[in-house]
Write a protein that binds this ligand. Structure first.
Ligand SMILES: Cc1ncc(COP(=O)(O)O)c(C=O)c1O
Length: 357
C-alpha cells in the first residue's frame, strides 16, 4: 500500500477554549480539546495527515459506516508527570489493536507510525489540556470509519481516521457490583468480540440497562453457547485471585477483547512472582470460591478505571459479597503500581511509556 509520509500539516485554532472548561468538574467524555488529528483514505492510499481545530464533520447521508457499521475505535489516556512531561501508556498496543480490529471488519489499516506520530504531535499541541492533577487525565479516542457514499453492502473503499481527546476526571472510583449475565450475549465464537467494533457496544446497552435496573454497575459476560464460562466484565477484562493464584479467562477464544491493562497486570504479576493462569474460567468455579471463601480478589482491568474492584457478584438472583477491599493484597498493590507508573513516579522498567517532554 502506498503511504503518504509527508509531514503532518497543522492548522491551529485561533483562540483556545481551555478557559471555558471547569477542570474541577469534568464529566466523562463531554469536553474536547482544541485540536484533532485527521486523515482520509481514498483511491487506494492514505491522504495527507493533518491536525486541525476540533470541529464537526460533514457526512453524506449514505455514509456506509452509519448503515453497515464499519466503525472501530481505541481508548487510551495521557497524564502529566510531576516534571511536566506528558506520558501515554503503551500507545503502540492501541495502534496494533486498531489494525487487528480493522482486519476483522474488512477495513483499511492505519500505518502504526502515523498513528503514533499523529498522537504525539496532537498532544504536543494540546499539552495544556493534560491536567497536572494526578486524578485527571486526557482521554484519547482514535477511531476509524467507512466513508463510502453508497447504500450497498461491501467493504468501503474510503475511510476516515481521527484522533480526538477529552479531559476527564477519575472514573469508577467506587467498588462495583456486577451481575453474571446468562441470557444475553456480547460475543459469539466466530463473531467480532475481539474487535473494538462500535456495534459490540451498541448491543451491550440493553442488557446493561436491565442489569442497572437491578442495581448492578457492570455485567460479567459469559460464553454465548453455554453461559457457563466467564468472558469479560462490561468494558473491562476480569481477573480473579483464588488460593493465591491469579486467574483470568484466556484469549484463545475470539470473543474477548485483548485488553492492554489486563496484559500489563499479568506481566507485572509474573515479574512479582505470582502464579498466573490464563485459561477458561467456569462460572461455577467462581461461585464456589465465593461461597467457600477462597475467592480473595476480583477486579476489572481497563483503561477507564485501570483497576475496578468488584465488591459483589450477582448470579441467578443471589448476591455474593466479596472480601473487604482493604484485605485485597494483589489488586491494591497492582493498582497503586500501575497508577504510579502512568504518572512517571516509578521507573519505566517495562519500557511502556510514550514520553512527550
Ligand atoms: C469490551 C472491553 N474489554 C476490555 C477492555 C479493556 O481494554 P484496555 O485495557 O485496553 O482498555 C475494554 C476497554 O477498552 C473493552 O471495551
Amino acid at each position: 500500500m502506498e503511504i503518504n509520509m509527508n509531514k503532518i500539516t497543522i492548522e491551529k485554532i485561533k483562540e483556545s477554549r481551555i478557559q471555558t472548561i471547569d477542570f474541577n468538574n469534568l464529566p466523562f467524555g463531554k469536553h474536547f480539546s482544541d485540536h484533532m488529528f485527521e486523515m482520509d483514505f481514498a483511491d487506494g492510499k492514505w491522504g495527507e495527515p493533518k491536525i486541525v481545530p476540533f470541529r464537526n464533520l460533514s457526512v453524506h447521508p449514505a455514509t456506509s459506516a452509519i448503515h453497515y457499521g464499519q466503525s472501530i475505535f481505541e481508548g487510551l489516556k495521557a497524564q502529566k508527570a510531576e516534571n511536566g512531561d506528558i506520558l501515554v501508556f503503551r500507545p503502540d498496543m492501541n495502534a496494533k489493536r486498531l489494525n487487528e480490529s480493522a482486519k476483522r471488519m474488512s477495513m483499511v489499516e492505519v500505518p502504526e507510525d502515523i498513528f503514533l506520530s499523529g498522537l504525539r504531535e496532537l498532544l504536543e499541541l494540546d499539552k495544556d489540556w493534560v491536567s497536572s492533577n494526578p486524578d485527571q487525565s486526557l482521554y484519547i479516542r482514535p477511531f476509524l470509519f467507512a466513508t463510502d457514499e453508497y447504500v450497498g453492502i461491501r467493504p468501503s473503499e474510503r475511510y476516515k481516521f481521527l484522533i480526538i481527546t477529552s479531559p476527564v476526571g477519575a472514573y469508577y472510583s467506587e467498588p462495583v457490583a456486577v451481575k453474571i449475565e446468562t441470557k444475553y450475549t456480547r460475543a459469539a465464537e466466530g463473531g467480532v468480540g475481539q474487535a473494538k467494533a462500535a456495534g459490540n457496544y451498541a448491543s451491550s446497552l440493553y442488557p446493561a440497562k436491565l442489569a442497572a435496573e437491578e442495581g448492578y454497575r457492570q455485567l460479567l459476560w459469559t460464553d454465548a453457547k453455554t453461559h457457563t464460562y466467564i468472558e469479560e466484565a462490561g468494558t473491562m477484562n476480569v481477573i480473579f485471585v483464588i488460593n493465591d493464584t491469579i486467574i483470568t479467562p484466556s484469549e484463545d477464544t475470539d470473543t474477548i477483547l485483548k485488553g492492554i491493562t489486563k496484559r500489563s497486570v499479568l506481566e507485572i504479576a509474573k515479574k512479582w512472582g505470582y502464579k498466573v493462569e490464563e485459561r477458561p474460567v467456569l462460572v461455577a468455579e467462581i461461585i464456589d470460591a465465593a461461597k467457600n471463601g477462597t475467592l480473595q480478589d476480583a477486579f476489572g482491568a481497563g483503561t477507564a478505571a485501570t483497576i475496578a474492584h468488584i465488591r459483589l457478584i450477582g448470579f441467578e438472583g443471589v448476591n455474593y459479597e466479596l472480601p473487604t477491599i482493604e484485605s485485597r493484597e494483589f489488586s491494591n498493590r497492582v493498582k497503586n503500581y500501575i497508577e504510579d507508573y502512568k504518572l512517571g513516579k516509578i521507573e519505566d522498567e517495562f519500557n511502556w511509556m510514550m514520553v512527550i517532554s
